[in-house]
Design a protein around this ligand. Sequence first.
Ligand code: NAD
Length: 480
Amino acid sequence: MAGSDDSEDTKAQPAPHEPRVLGRREVLKGLSTVPALGLFGYAWQRQRQYQQSRAEEAVGTANASADGLQEINIALLGAGAQGQVLTDAMLRIPGLRFRAVCDVWTEYNQRRVVNSLKRFKHEVNGYEDYREMLDKEKALDAVIIATPDFWHAQHAIDCLEAGKHVYCEKEMSNTLEGARSMVAAARKSGHLLQIGHQRRSNPRYLHCYEKLLHEAKLLGRIVTVHGQWNRAVTPDLGAPDRYVIPLARLKQYGFKDMHQFRNWRWYKGKGGGPIVDLGSHQIDIYSWFLGVNPSHVMASGGNLYYDRATHEWYDTVMAVYDYDTPLGPAKAYYQTQTTNGSQGYFENFMGDQGTLLISESEVNYAGLLYRDPNAPAWDEWVQKGYVNAPKEQEAKAKSDSGAIADVRESVAPDQHTVPVTLRDPYHQPHLQNFFDAVRGKAKLNCPAEVAYETAVAVLKVNEAIEAKSRVSFRPEEFKV
Ligand SMILES: NC(=O)c1ccc[n+]([C@@H]2O[C@H](COP(=O)([O-])OP(=O)(O)OC[C@H]3O[C@@H](n4cnc5c(N)ncnc54)[C@H](O)[C@@H]3O)[C@@H](O)[C@H]2O)c1
C-alpha cells in the first residue's frame, strides 16, 4: 500500500503508461507547494493540507486498483479553486493519466497544479492557450473544464470538435445561447459532455430519488419545497502583488482588471451571481426530484450589501417556482444570500406523507426524513434498510422536560435518517461516472441536455428580477 513505508520511493520507475505507486515521502512533498500568502494563503493552505491528506489516503488505492483498466489521458483546463478540487478528486480515481494543464494564470494557478501533479508522478505540460494544448496534446481522451462560466461554451465546443470527451463545470454557460450551442456541439461530435452538477451522482441523492421517492414513495405527494444557500459575508478575492497578471493578458482573456479576474462571479457577462453560482446546484435537484421542469417563476433580488461597482449581480435573491408535477401542482421557494451563513445549504421536500431534508454537506442535514403522523408506518422500509429507525419523538422529549405544548400544535413527526454517507470528496462520484461513460460502462448522470434544462430554470430568475413580474416557461424552451 502507498504510504505504508518509505521503501517504495526507491522502486524502479515504471514505463510511462504504467500505473505508479507513490510512497509516503513523495505524497508529503505535495504539502509544501503553496507559497505563504497572508490571510488569503492561510485559508487556502489549510484547505490544501486537508485535501492533500485525503488524497494521500486514497492515492495508493487508486493506483493499486488501476490494473486492467483502459487508461484515460486527461487535461485540466482552468486550474483555479475548483480545478484544484477536481484534480484532488481525480487523483483518487484509478486509471487516469494527467497529460496537460492549461491556465492563463501561468505564474500562480497553473504552476501550482502542474507542480502538484508532478509530485504525484504525472508528467504534465503547462499551457496558457487551450488551442495550443489541443494542437500539441494529440493523445488526450478527455478535457476537464473549470474556467469561469463565460468561457465554458467556447472551451467545451472547441474540445468536442477536437475529438475530446468533456467534463465541464456548472453553470454550463452564463447565457442560454452558449448552453444551447454546447448541446448542439456534443450531439454533432458524438463525444460525451458531462456538466458538473455533482449531486446527480451523489449516492445519497440517488438513494433518495430511486428508493425513497420512487419505490417507497415515502413523501406521498410533494406539494411544497424550500431550499437555501446562505453564505456569510466574504471579502473579495485578491492576489499577491508578485503574481498579478499583466493587463494586456487579462484583456486578451476577457477581464478588465485583476479584481474582475478574481471575482468574475459577481460581474454581468462573466458569471450569473450567487443565484446561478449556488442556486443552480439545488434548483437542479428541485426539477429532478419533482420529475418536471417549472412552469413559472417569480423572484425578488437586489444588491443590498456589497459595493455595486464591483458586485454587479444580486447578493440576495428569493425566488418562488411553480411546478405542475405528475401528482399535482407544487410550489418551491429558493433563497440565496451572502451576508449571513445561517443554516448553510439544503433542500427540503415536503409531501403529504413525509419530509426529506437533504444536503450535499456531510455535516449538516445530510439526510433527514420525517414521517407524517398520519402516514402509513415505515417499518417495512426500516427493515429493508432504506431508512434508519426513528429517533425519539421531539414532542415526547419536550414533555419529559416539563414543557407544555398547546393542544392545537401538530405532533412532531418521527425523525428518521437516510442511511447513505458519501465518504469520498463530493465531486468524485460524478467524475467517476464520467470516466465510466468514457470507457463505455455507464451512462452520463448529467449530460448536456439535462444541464440545459437546469440552465433555463436558473437563468430565468435573473430575468424575473429585472422584469419585476412572474415569468412563465414554455415547455419547448427546455429543449434544444
Ligand atoms: N461543482 C461545484 O461544486 C463548483 C464549485 C466551485 C466552482 N465551480 C465552477 O468551476 C468553475 C471555476 O470556478 P473557480 O471557483 O475555480 O474559479 P477561479 O477563478 O478560482 O478559477 C478559474 C481559473 O480559470 C483560469 N482561466 C480563466 N480564463 C481562462 C481561459 N480563457 N483559459 C484558461 N484558463 C482560464 C483562471 O486563471 C483561474 O485559474 C466555474 O464555472 C464555477 O462555477 C463548480
